[in-house]
Ligand binder design. Structure first.
Ligand code: GDG
Length: 482
């Protein structure tokens, strides 16, 4: 088998992620079409894709679809099919019910099933084969996230000519937790197939390095790992932090539009013009600490330290992983709590919690950020948390207070947020009161400093930093070989 045989292998820059940047949609009369699912990653990579013959390998988001590759808006799209069984075992099972809870400090107990692992291996191989088939000789391949941790090694075995990057969007856990995983060594070997392994925080990169030392014969020195394999020259792998960001300018521009500002005023009026609006925006996920936030707010109402007429909490909980049991249980628990708090404290004219189990368009999110005096990010563990950065980017008026969990990656960068430990409910209550009564000057000073960071370090800085590190490794290798 020759590595670049056939005319499909013509792309110099290939991104591999579980989901494609487009959604396959079927309308009521059965007609199908593709809709862009705009995320930060696509925005950041689009220009690089267009100027470099880029291809994107991923799943279209619906089971049992077998679609031929096609071009969409300057990007070559390569769909990887998943059967209903693959979705159940590889995606909902191993990715979301084994790895997700394990990597988020076992907030929920991970489930270990050998069938799920077998499916994870098989599906990772399918992604690796699809990526190998479209990559030109010497191409750069960038693999995304925890669903595809075996792909780097599978790709390298097949295509040693490639330069391979991997970015982990979620935390990498401490070894004491990671070591629970029955397949812990295979995952580390899989990742070490990459030339550069990116993490959100410095702590994630050092957790990874420790796992490498415990489970392999490779040696580590700060961010460099020397991978020795029998009969082959030692390879250098870089494992370090590249904190992800958002397209900050475009978020700010959106928030500046007059109709978005008008919508923000309308939202405030609709809530009865309370003095303070607090906001939470999360996928409905047990890592986000939504229950802790509700508890603090409910207790402040019960203690009589705030009144429902003055302080309203808006909680957007977008539907997520609804077929996984832990998520069904979480939804019941959150909705019971919301119902209790509203039942106890709402009046005929003021609700306590305005709760929304919906996804909203980006425009509505921007309006919500502008309408919110206080943004509550209380994650118990979170790789980065882009919501915190979006709130800051939207606040071109230099107003608003960000309450930010120290367990979110964003807390390493957003030092002038009010940083909290969400497990400390009394501490969280005090910080909420401090945010409510914070003088305008202090709010502005803090927000200006937060904005400086978020606007300077945007998602294109992130992808540039990562891709430069990859290019550096490739340069070193070429020098060594010549
Ligand atoms: C993972 C890591 C890391 C949410 N609801 C709606 C909506 N959203 C958007 C937000 C934000 C994104 O989804 C969520 O990003 P987060 O970073 O907050 O969290 P995860 O989904 O868990 O993402 C995380 C991230 O990957 C990137 O590396 O930061 O730590 O867990 O952009 O605005 N957007 C719209 N409607 C919604 O209802 N339009």
């Amino acid at each position: 088998e020759t590595s670049t045989a056939g005319n499909a292998a013509e792309y110099d820059f290939v991104v591999v992620s579980n989901r494609l940047p487009v959604d396959h949609v079927v309308d009521d009369d059965g007609a199908t079409s593709w809709k862009a699912s705009p995320g930060g990653l696509v925005t950041a990579l689009e220009p690089i894709m267009r100027s470099n013959d880029g291809a994107w390998v991923g799943w279209a988001g619906r089971p049992d679809l077998d679609i031929a590759p096609f071009d969409n808006d300057g990007i070559h799209i390569v769909p990887v099919p998943l059967s209903a069984e693959d979705v159940e075992n590889y995606y909902e099972g191993f990715s979301n019910d084994t790895l997700w809870p394990l990597y988020h400090d076992v907030i929920a107990p991970p489930t270990y099933h050998r069938e799920w692992w077998e499916s994870y291996v098989a599906v990772n191989q399918r992604f690796a084969d699809a990526a190998a088939a479209v990559s030109a000789e010497g191409a750069v391949v960038w693999v995304q996230d925890y669903q595809l941790q075996l792909v780097p090694k599978m790709l390298r075995d097949k295509r040693p000519d490639l330069t391979i990057g991997f970015f982990n969007h979620i935390p990498f856990p401490p070894y004491g937790i990671y070591s629970q995983l029955p397949w812990r060594a295979a995952i580390i070997e899989g990742l070490l197939g990459a030339d550069v392994i990116g993490f959100q925080r410095v702590a994630d990169a050092s957790n990874f390095a420790r796992a490498v030392r415990r489970l392999t014969t490779s040696t580590t020195k700060t961010t460099t790992i020397e991978v020795a394999s029998p009969g082959r020259a030692t390879r250098r792998v870089i494992a370090k932090a590249f904190p992800i960001s958002i397209d900050s300018r475009s978020f700010e521009e959106l928030a500046r539009q007059p109709h978005i500002q008008a919508r923000a005023r309308e939202i405030r009026e609709g809530l009865g013009n309370p003095k303070t609006i607090m906001l939470g925006v999360d996928r409905l996920d047990y890592t986000k600490g939504i229950g802790h936030r509700l508890k603090a707010y409910g207790e402040l109402l019960a203690d009589g330290r705030i009144k429902v007429e003055d302080v309203t909490l808006v909680q957007v909980a977008s539907p997520s992983r609804e077929r996984v049991q832990a998520y069904m249980d979480l939804r019941d628990e959150i909705e019971l709590t919301v119902g209790r708090i509203n039942g106890d404290f709402a009046t005929m004219s003021h609700t306590a919690i305005s709760y929304h189990h919906h996804g909203y368009p980006r425009e509505e999110m921007a309006a919500l950020y502008l309408a919110a005096d206080i943004m509550l990010v209380t994650a118990l563990r979170d790789g980065m948390n882009l919501v915190a950065k979006e709130y800051v980017a939207a606040r071109f008026d230099d107003d608003g207070v960000l309450i930010l969990s120290e367990f979110a990656g964003a807390s390493d960068e957003l030092k002038r947020a009010l940083r909290i430990n969400p497990h400390d409910i009394d501490g969280l209550k005090e910080i909420i009161l401090q945010a409510i009564s914070m003088p305008k000057r202090e709010r502005a000073a803090r927000m200006r400093s937060l904005r400086k960071r978020v606007l300077e370090y945007d998602v294109s800085r992130w992808s540039t930093a990562f891709l430069s590190a990859l290019a550096g490794v490739r340069g070193d290798r070429d020098t060594a070989e010549s």
